[in-house]
Design a binder for this molecule. Sequence first.
Ligand code: NAI
Ligand code: MG
Length: 398
Amino acid sequence: MAKRTIVSLPGDGIGKNVLEETIRVLDAAGFDAEYVEGDIGWEFWRSEGNPLPQRTIDLLEKHKVALFGAITSKPKDAAFEELAPGLQEKGLVYSSPIVGLRQHFGLDICLRPCKSYIGNPLNFVKRGVGDVIDEPAVDVAIFRQNTEGLYGGVEWSDPPEKVYDALMTHPKFVKNFGDTPKEEISVSTRIFTKKATERILRAAFDHAKKYGYKSVTVCEKPNVIRETSGMMYKMAQQIQKEEYPNIELWNTNIDAQMMWLTKNPETYGVIVAGNMFGDIVSDGFAGLIGGLGFACSAQFNPDSGVAVFEPTHGSAPKYADYEISIVNPIAMIESACMMLDFINENGIAAKIRKAVAEVISEGKVRTYDMMKMSGRADVVEKGAASTTQMADAVIAKL
Ligand code: NAI
Ligand code: MG
């Protein structure tokens, strides 16, 4: 019997391709696991009116750890039109199954590491002192609060009376919006709780301590967004002072951070932020290390041990129908390495990371993105590696 059961959630489009190749890499590296496939994504929305069927939730409840490819989401109207006959009358409303998973299992900690590989032609370079070309080595770990804040879903257009009345108790609302008709107002809330804020901060500091990062940067905007960002920074100061005196606490504003990230990205270690700013800053750093083909992530609930590992890219529908899959599987492979770390299979993770690093530094096998080609069906004829060939190259190095 296999040692571990992993839920595989291929989802839609290229999610299927990258997950299949990643499982081949895991097998070749000697990871002893059985994979049970869970249904998730567009196909199930269309046929069942639910992109996240209960049976998939049950699977994850049982086995705790999942590898997730990607899903396709479409706007409300398009989602409705694609529903199977018989479902359209049921008043179903589409919502993203990955957001659903996060909320159902309280996967409030999202970790997105961005570490540059030596020899990656997509690494960020800049002109340094004396006009030399400088290629800063990026090694940051971004902790993004994954369930609250601006993505918490508490929002209204033409808010209900009670909400409007409550808003009218705030002097700034009266001053800035009091003259605007209620039906012309849209409100998206940004709610932070102490509990979740403390959990993401602690996860960030723990990670810094465990992996020897010298600093934790709170990347918010406490000087303007005083209540939520302000609370996060204040709590970070206290946690750092009382529990992590040897780790430096830095404070940056999200806007300035996006500028500094190309100026001196090598300076940063662990970064922690709320949901939206964490999303933004992690995409920013991912761009410095090769973009979507390299951006991996973990989301987990430290209490229940439920964890989902996924590349940050989506289902790239335009590439999904190519006869030969051309997309880079490294982001998914790296996400699987994060899973291995999570379940204490660090040795296998290290082995796979080393193999990936060797393939990249050798430079003989490169997917289309690494060759700076645009993603057409003929890139493999033109010398780019396919998804399968990249996985084969990694397997050969194992
Ligand atoms: P996307 O990430 O699917 O693709 C954007 C572009 O990035 C692609 O056209 C391609 O040029 C490049 N790309 C993506 N993955 C790549 C890889 N592994 N290797 C090389 N190049 C890669 O984002 P897009 O086009 O905005 O969204 C497509 C669909 O995916 C939408 O339905 C969207 O809702 C969904 N999506 C799902 C996510 C998830 O499952 N977590 C995240 C982001 C988008
Ligand atoms: Mg994003």
